[in-house]
Design a protein around this ligand. Structure first.
Ligand code: SIN
Ligand code: FE2
Length: 219
C-alpha cells in the first residue's frame, strides 16, 4: 500500500478552536484538517498544470521556497519586481482556476476568523522543504487592503513569525502544524510575517515538505 494514503492524513486532525494572535489576526487550529483529502487531490491537479518553481527576487536571488498559483491572478516575482499576473510566465497560459474546495475553505476560514464574505481571486502555493525559510515581509501588492489574508498550512510543521507594522517590531513565534489556518486583516493587515527555517520532518500529506496556501483578494 502506498504510504501517502489520503485517509491517513485526514482523520486525525479536526478543528480545535480559535487562538487570538493580536487584534485582527487569529489562528484556527486544525481548521483545514477535515478538508485535507480534497485539498490534496485538487492541489495535485493544479501543480500538474502549473508546476512549482523557484522564482527570482527583484534583487536577483533565487527563492528557496518553490511557488505556483491558482485563481484568476497569480503572485509572481522576477527581476522587474513583484506583481499579480493573470498569466503563468512559465506556460504563457492563465493560471489553473481556483478549485471549489480551495474557495470553500478560504471563505469558511475567513468567516470563522471574523471576516465575512471573503471571496479570494488568488491562491499562492508555497512549498517548503527542510532548511527553507521565508524572510519577514508584508503582503502589500493587493489593491484593497480591507480584504484579509487566509493562510493554510499542510504537511510538516513550521514556525510562523508574526510581527508588527514595522519590520523591526518584535515578533511572536507561532508553531503551525498540518491543517492550521492563520487569518489576518483589519489592524493587522500590513503586519510583517515570515517563516523560520523548517526542521527535518516527514508527514503523510506530502512527505518531507510543507505546503502553504495563501488566499488573497488581489483585485
Ligand atoms: C506567505 O507569507 O506568503 C506564506 C506564509 C506561510 O508559509 O505560512
Ligand atoms: Fe506573506
Amino acid at each position: 500500500m502506498n504510504a501517502v494514503t489520503p485517509d491517513l492524513f485526514e482523520s486525525p486532525v479536526e478543528f480545535q478552536g480559535t487562538v487570538p494572535i493580536e487584534p485582527g489576526a487569529v489562528l484556527l487550529r486544525g481548521f483545514a484538517g477535515p478538508h485535507a483529502t480534497t485539498l490534496h487531490a485538487d492541489l495535485m491537479r493544479v501543480v500538474a498544470e502549473a508546476p512549482l518553481r523557484h522564482l527570482v527576487t527583484p534583487g536577483g536571488f533565487r527563492m528557496s521556497v518553490a511557488m505556483s498559483n491558482c485563481g484568476a491572478l497569480g503572485w509572481v516575482s522576477d527581476r522587474r519586481g513583484y506583481r499579480y499576473d493573470a498569466i503563468d510566465p512559465d506556460s504563457g497560459r492563465p493560471w489553473p482556476p481556483l478549485p471549489a474546495s480551495f474557495m470553500q475553505l478560504a471563505t469558511q476560514a475567513a468567516a470563522a476568523a471574523g471576516f465575512e464574505g471573503f471571496a479570494p481571486d488568488a491562491c499562492l502555493i508555497n512549498r517548503y522543504e527542510p532548511g527553507t525559510r521565508l524572510s519577514l515581509h508584508q503582503d502589500r501588492d493587493e489593491r484593497d487592503l480591507r480584504q484579509p489574508i487566509v493562510s493554510v498550512s499542510l504537511g510538516i510543521p513550521a514556525v510562523f513569525l508574526f510581527g508588527g507594522a514595522k519590520r523591526a517590531d518584535t515578533t511572536q513565534r507561532i508553531p503551525l502544524g498540518h491543517g492550521d489556518v492563520v487569518a489576518w486583516g483589519g489592524p493587522a493587515r500590513l503586519h510583517h510575517h515570515g517563516v523560520l527555517p523548517l526542521k527535518d520532518a516527514w508527514h503523510p500529506f506530502m512527505g518531507a515538505c510543507r505546503i502553504n496556501l495563501t488566499f488573497r483578494k488581489a483585485r
